[in-house]
Design a protein around this ligand. Structure first.
Ligand code: ADP
Length: 319
């Protein structure tokens, strides 16, 4: 690597954008649209990073700018420390993008598709790891099968394999499990987790919030072209400390005061009630004791804590 390249590398971040802005010029009389409003975002090296946001938030625009497929309007973007403007070749070589669509060349075998991709990235023949990557993706026995004969899950894995041909330190998965059934999703995640454990930085966009919650150590939420949250997953989940206690009690609750321990009580059915409380202000024990003190015996109870869905809704519902 030339010395000047070495100097540009920021050791901390896999991806770093500052003031990144994108305006699409509508054309055909449509008004211009600001898809990214000057965002700052730094993705730590080695992380499993979730990029979430409702449809139209700007996620694909962000990814496509990094991949060199869309031109930014303003700002800077670095991949693995390489500026996409001054060092586009190294920036592109540092990233592998797994696209949303299952656009696999039907008439090539898995092996041929991999070799073709390696050729596109200029990976010399002796450095290619086609078999090794196909093995890692559990596709070794399908190496000589035509892509069109592969199942949906296998095609997905082949797309991940293709994104890895040039051994990029960063891999971006754009909605990789949309429409993939639960077993195959699980399989895909096992492979991607292994990749991450081997040191590859993984950036994931997904609509499945529970998936992001389970997999990602860090999550950013984009809404209308702005970053509205960017935190470690536990910290983000801690933002809402509301808990919910759903109770079935031994006698009708109809005439009960609508507050217990000063907390509003929502009644349902003859003997059901829901109490919402702030975990930092009340303990579970305190709430339950208050229910007993109000003269009820609890027959059944379940609790629910805020999840990513609640936080996501709260952050992206504002217009
Ligand atoms: P996401 O991936 O989060 O769904 P996108 O980045 O695809 O969001 O889109 C962000 C916004 O930019 C949307 O309002 C979308 O309609 C608009 N947009 C995306 N691509 C284009 C384009 N080529 N021309 C005009 N507007 C676009």
């Amino acid at each position: 690597m030339p010395d000047q390249d070495r100097e540009t590398i920021n050791p901390d971040f896999a991806i770093e954008v500052r003031g990144l802005r994108k305006i699409y010029h509508g054309g055909r009389g449509l008004p211009p649209h600001e898809a990214l409003k000057g965002i700052d975002l730094a993705i730590p090296r080695g992380s499993f990073f979730g990029l979430l946001g409702p449809n139209g938030a700007g996620k694909s625009t962000f990814i496509n700018i990094l991949a060199g497929l869309v031109n930014k309007t303003a700002g800077t973007a670095c991949v693995w420390g390489f500026d996409i403007d001054s060092n586009p070749r190294n920036a592109r070589a540092s990233i592998g993008v797994v696209p949303q669509e299952l656009n696999i060349d039907a008439f090539f075998t898995a092996r041929e598709a991999m070799e073709l991709q390696a050729g596109l990235y200029g990976v010399p023949k002796r450095e290619r790891r086609t078999v090794e990557i196909l093995e890692a993706m559990a596709l070794a026995d399908k190496a000589d099968a035509y892509s069109r004969t592969l199942s949906g899950g296998m095609k997905r894995r082949l797309l991940v394999a293709k994104a890895m041909v040039h051994s990029p330190p960063v891999i971006i998965l754009d909605e990789p499990t949309a429409g993939v059934d639960i077993d195959l999703r699980q399989q895909l995640w096992d492979y991607v987790r292994k990749l991450n454990e081997s040191g590859v930085t993984v950036v994931l966009t997904t609509h499945y919030l529970e998936e992001a919650e389970a997999l990602c150590d860090h999550i950013a939420i984009i809404h209308q072209g702005e970053v509205v949250a960017n935190e470690s997953t536990p910290k983000l989940l801690n933002r809402i400390d509301e808990k919910e206690l759903v109770l079935q009690v031994d006698k009708p609750v109809g005439d009960t005061p609508r507050k217990i321990a000063g907390l509003p009580v929502e009644l349902h059915g003859e003997t059901g009630m829901t109490i919402r409380y702030s975990a930092s202000a009340h303990s579970f024990d305190e709430v339950l004791t208050a229910v007993h003190d109000a003269g009820f015996t609890v027959l059944d109870l379940s609790t629910r804590e805020a999840d990513l869905e609640d936080i996501f809704m709260q952050l992206t519902s504002k217009n």
